[in-house]
Write a protein that binds this ligand. Structure first.
Ligand SMILES: Nc1nc2c(ncn2[C@@H]2O[C@H](COP(=O)(O)OP(=O)(O)OP(=O)(O)O)[C@@H](O)[C@H]2O)c(=O)[nH]1
Ligand SMILES: [Mg+2]
Length: 459
């Protein structure tokens, strides 16, 4: 309901220097005037937009709740394009909550998660992809992630999607014209132009889809699973990479029973390191579940580090693990070289490539630097080039782009085969409407609800 006035605590709960209660809607300024007394005696209604005013928040009984600074941002020059009021009070749990209760008692409604941003979208200040970038900024964990989200908020992705959409509209217009004026038979030339245009759209969409491979890593980090037989030194490796004793290390095989997840920042890219339970056949119920989780972790990982024990030749379990990761990007840590090398490293080199093998001893501190720099290399010079400012980082966008790609691909093929243009037009429209779901031009209420429910309250 856009005619309501919403309110929320915009700052994180807990003790802090400042806490902010925010309102948006037609009643926001009226509600403020009922609870705020400026020190200098001006009327709240007459306060200038976007200036800071000092005063007190006061209950109906006349009791002062807190000192506060307030800012009024009159419509349409605000985050939501509605009248927005911010009350900055002391950041204790109690004052913030009391002020919140007070504005609710004066007629504001508690905002839903993301409702301020949703209003900015509904009122047309930003499009949906930009609104989604706001949550990515809030949840970003590295500078690269932040950069990508800011680019998206600035409208880089929306611009490109908009450009493709207007390309599609002009294709549709061409087709419509030729249907409306059948006496001008659609010319060879027009058909050819349409075909070229379809191929161009196809390749633009394709490069957006391809950017997701990096985009996902920029946003969520490089999922890296450390796997191997029990007791080969997986947890030891995790600890060394994190430079802290995070996981328990013992010489008892089966020490790690559940997934341990930690973050590492390498050159601005987030590495999500996952230590797993050693994989072996077991009757122990807890360990069995751990092994299942390990398999799931492998599935989800962008990179798998397989730890092997160099002091022994490849065991059947090692072989089945290597089998399990055959369709993944793999690095092999041949650990425990301090105990002698029985492992056929030559064979592994042949199978996985020179660059994929690192001989190491976590215990003696040998090879860990090499492993780390190989991960760095993979992130920075491998298939990752994190400078694309139109990067797709959101899986919803990627799925829609894939669908749009399929439609335009069908259209291009039909045009080539001489299928009547009015039939081709169906696919072109489909492509257009899928792209429109990214920017929100063609969005439905329930999808919108789901998107904004991922936000925090107060944003
Ligand atoms: N000699 C030697 N011992 C090592 C090395 N790396 C780890 N270890 C020892 O190997 C044992 C097992 O290490 P963990 O890191 O717990 O092995 P894990 O693979 O996590 O084992 P699970 O959790 O049981 O699957 C410990 O006693 C470590 O100190 C190494 O490079 N050389
Ligand atoms: Mg372990």
């Amino acid at each position: 309901m856009l005619d309501s006035t919403i309110a929320a605590i915009a700052t994180a709960p807990g003790e802090a220097g400042i806490g902010i209660v925010r309102m948006s809607g037609d009643k926001a300024i009226g509600i403020l005037s009922g609870i705020f007394k400026p020190k200098r005696g001006n009327k709240v209604e007459e306060l200038e937009s976007k200036t800071v005013t000092y005063g007190h928040i006061i209950e109906d009984t006349g009791r002062i709740i807190d000192e506060a600074l307030v800012i009024i941002m009159r419509k349409p020059f605000s985050y939501t394009t509605e009248d927005v009021v911010e009350v900055h009070c002391h950041g204790g749990i109690v004052p913030v909550r009391r002020i919140m209760e007070l504005v609710l008692s004066k007629g504001a409604l508690l905002a839903e998660p993301g409702e301020f941003t949703k209003r900015a979208f509904i009122n047309g200040r930003i499009d949906l992809a930009q609104a989604e970038a706001v949550i990515d900024i809030i949840t970003s964990k590295t500078e690269t992630g932040l950069n990508a989200a800011v680019n998206q908020l600035e409208g880089q992705l929306s611009k490109e999607v908009g450009r493709i959409m207007s390309e599609l509209v002009s294709m549709i217009a061409h087709i419509e014209a030729s249907i409306d004026f059948p006496e001008h038979d659609i010319e060879e030339l027009t058909l050819e132009r349409l075909h070229t245009a379809a191929l161009e759209v196809e390749s633009s969409i394709e490069s957006l889809v391809e950017s997701f491979e990096e985009g996902k890593i920029v946003r969520d980090g490089l999922g890296t699973a450390i796997v191997g037989r029990p007791n080969v030194g997986k947890s030891s490796l995790l600890n060394v990479l994190l430079r802290e004793n995070r996981a328990i290390v013992t010489d008892v095989p089966g020490t790690t029973r559940d997934i341990i997840e930690e973050y590492l920042n390498i050159a601005g890219i987030l590495i999500r390191l996952v230590d797993t339970a050693g994989i072996r056949e077991t009757d122990d119920i807890v360990e069995k579940i751990g092994v299942e989780r390990t398999k799931a972790a492998i599935n989800e990982a962008d990179l798998v580090i397989v730890v092997l024990d160099s002091a022994n030749s490849l065991q059947p379990e090692d072989r089945s693990i290597l089998e399990m990761v055959s369709n993944k990007k793999v690095m092999i840590a041949a650990n425990k070289i301090d105990l002698g090398v029985q492992l056929d490293i030559g064979e592994l080199r042949q199978r996985f490539g020179e660059d994929a093998i690192v001989e190491m001893s976590v215990k003696k501190g040998i090879g860990t630097d090499t492993l780390e720099s190989k991960i760095k290399e993979l992130v920075l010079h491998g298939q990752l080039s994190i400078h694309n400012n139109r990067m797709v980082t959101n899986i919803r966008h990627k799925d829609l782009l894939v669908k749009a790609y399929e439609s335009i691909n069908r259209a291009a093929e039909s045009l080539e085969q001489g299928v009547p243009v009015d039939l081709v037009s169906v696919d072109i429209r489909e492509c257009w409407s899928k792209l429109g779901l990214i920017t929100g031009d063609t969005i439905e209420e329930d999808i919108m609800k789901e998107i904004f429910s991922k936000f925090c309250i107060g944003k």
